[in-house]
Write a protein that binds this ligand. Sequence first.
Ligand SMILES: Nc1ncnc2c1ncn2[C@@H]1O[C@H](COP(=O)(O)OP(=O)(O)OP(=O)(O)O)[C@@H](O)[C@H]1O
Ligand SMILES: [Mg+2]
Length: 475
Amino acid sequence: MSRTLRDRLTGRAAPPAPDAAATSVRGARSDASASGMFGWRRGEGNELSPVEELKRAIHRQLIERLDLEALEALDDEAQLTLRIRQAVADLLRGETTPLSQAERETLVEQVVYEVIGLGPIEPFFRDRTVSDILINGPRDIYVERGGRLERVTGGFRDNAHLLAVIDRIVSRVGRRIDESSPMVDARLPDGSRVNAIIAPLAVDAPVLSIRRFGAGLGADQLVDRGAMTADMQRFLRACVRARLNILVSGGTGSGKTTLLNALSSFIPGSERVITIEDAAELRLQQEHVVRLETRPPNAEGKGEVTMRDLVKNALRMRPDRIIIGEVRAGEALDMLQAMNTGHEGSLTTVHANTPRDAIGRLETMVRFAGADLPDRAVREQVSSAIDLVVQASRLADGSRRVVSICEVGELTSEGIVVRELFRFRRDGVRADGTVDGAFEACGVTPRFLDRLAVAGVAVPAALFQAGDAPTSEAA
Ligand SMILES: Nc1ncnc2c1ncn2[C@@H]1O[C@H](COP(=O)(O)OP(=O)(O)OP(=O)(O)O)[C@@H](O)[C@H]1O
Ligand SMILES: [Mg+2]
């Protein structure tokens, strides 16, 4: 569903897909059409400033003057941007409104963002220090930098403007959002993840959440940033190499995917890796990687491909390792069965606040998927499949750390034994809000230590002796 350049310039949405229900993108947006070609509305109490007026006039002239057909032939997005930038600069030269050079440049950029980019949020997209862009409504925008959320000024003109940008983002990746399917979770070409939810599910305004494809923090950077110690990293590398099954656990935005990515970097390049995700975020550096992504149902509720389907399919693809982005439901059972039947070395994440919770969540998921399994069988599956839980956490000061690494032991009458090997000890909060604390080994030697030795990646037992571990963090 390609859109003409004129549609893009006017912010007009793509034609509805053939399978679209009666409430097409347009239909769901009668308010947008009512507000005119650009979705600009007037007379709502906030009159446009002279610069806004000018921007609007330039935008209109641009559409009248550009040779759209010639531009249409330009496939190259960079060329297109350049031509539009030149055209805007030309138009501005003919304007009488007094503008400083800086204002002029800003205006050119803004019009360019408006016509081919993401409007007011484009600058945040270009800002490498921004990790999340959270839009709760046209003028209610937050960005996260260095773990801290900040509210930004300015924003979209109204709901229709925001909706037009959401539509531009999702249609660019071949998806569709409208009243009949008001929720989209997708990955952008640059690896960023977007989630959009609109009416009737979002009550007040269209909501857009973007997790920028980060700087791609690698295992070494995680150590440099104080997310774990060099010893912990060394231990985790050995565990991955020795094909332990590892569960990364953490709350929302705690750094689970980042950790999973870092752990997978330790997988030898000679192995065949299959990744399964809802929105492919992982960036594996190895050559032999097959990436699978689930598919949501279409407007008629058909065609869904679940995690569970993909896990089953992956097992027929002769994988050496299976990496599942996040287990949320029935796929947990298939994953555990795979781990217990020769597909060791698998990695996944789960949403939980402590390692014990993570194990509990996994048990619940398996119980749901295999309703006829007795409790004990479920626990046996979990305890024999999972070797290690790595707990990620976003601390009060916005920093993200591996707050615990636990060995998952045997099943006893009390339940599954979980032994903590490393932890981050929180001592308090400094005056400037930073969390004070230190990583420490807990004095427990993992039972699987010999497995590491057998795999040729032995680590010294001294690593686990209780006491503060040296961090490379500048305290
Ligand atoms: N140790 C770290 N130091 C600084 N930033 C980090 C660290 N780990 C992760 N981040 C950043 O935090 C954000 C969230 O990370 P990530 O996507 O890995 O979290 P998540 O737990 O998978 O989130 P979700 O629950 O949304 O899936 C990203 O922008 C990432 O770059
Ligand atoms: Mg994640």
